[in-house]
Ligand binder design. Structure first.
Ligand code: SAH
Length: 218
């Protein structure tokens, strides 16, 4: 790891350790998720000017009206997705800066991530490349379509809020798979969808605040 990756001062490993302690205090229990959060340098994914705030538990602007999710919500969603078991193939809708994709890359074999804003897609690709993350495939596309060529997925995670669950994504969820997404408009909550041989089961979880899932490519 080079100096930029390991970081100094506010971006150091010590700062990251504090983040992990905070996540534990907030209720994150899955050690695999905590290790993944510890392994990924979040400051690489945010603007240089914001790097000193990269490990605060806040969402930060990414440009293009988008935000990088706060670390707690990334950890929480990945914990729900994992449910304590190893994941094989995961689809993420809304790559943004690529931070969550890098965390997912630590807990699943193959990640596919879709982003509708081209400059974000390009920047995420550059960051993941810099960190030599090899098991993430990025696509510049409308996530409402999912990614039929790589389906089925045993996990689907959405980083933007939908008013209803896109049916195409339900179809691309494997039997035995889990999907985590924010649902709602002004008032949002996290929603877990589990697919078994008989169909889908939806569980409403905690309140959330995400940018909206939009339609089409930008
Ligand atoms: N996971 C991201 C958070 C991104 S914020 C991270 O770690 O930084 C949500 C992202 O979803 C934004 O980048 C937005 O452009 C994207 N998005 C919104 N609607 C989308 C759609 N229909 N398809 C793909 N991406 C979408």
């Amino acid at each position: 790891m080079n100096m930029r990756h390991s970081g100094i001062g506010m971006t150091s490993q010590r700062t990251r350790n504090r983040l992990i302690e905070r996540l534990r205090a907030q209720g994150i229990q899955d050690e695999v998720v905590l290790a993944a959060m510890n392994a990924v340098p979040r400051h690489i994914f945010v603007d240089e000017a914001l790097a000193s705030r990269a490990y605060d538990d806040v969402s930060l602007p990414l440009g293009f009206g988008q935000t990088i999710s706060q670390p707690y919500i990334v950890a929480r969603m990945v914990e729900i997705l994992r449910a304590g078991r190893p994941l094989n193939r995961v689809l993420e809708i809304g790559t943004g800066c690529g931070y969550q994709a890098a965390v997912l890359a630590q807990v699943a074999k193959e990640i596919y991530s879709v982003e509708r804003v081209q400059p974000l897609y390009e920047r995420a690709a550059a960051c993941l490349d810099e960190l030599q993350v090899r098991n993430v495939t990025l696509r510049y596309a409308d996530g409402n379509m999912g990614l039929p060529e790589a389906a089925p997925f045993d996990g689907i995670i959405m980083a933007a809020a939908a008013t209803h669950v896109p049916p195409t994504l339900l179809e691309q969820l494997a039997v035995g798979g889990r999907m985590v997404l924010p649902l709602g408009a002004q008032e949002q909550h996290l929603c877990l969808i589990e697919r078994d041989a008989n169909g889908y089961r939806e569980t409403r979880l905690e309140a959330a605040k995400f940018v909206p899932l939009l339609i089409g490519k930008a």
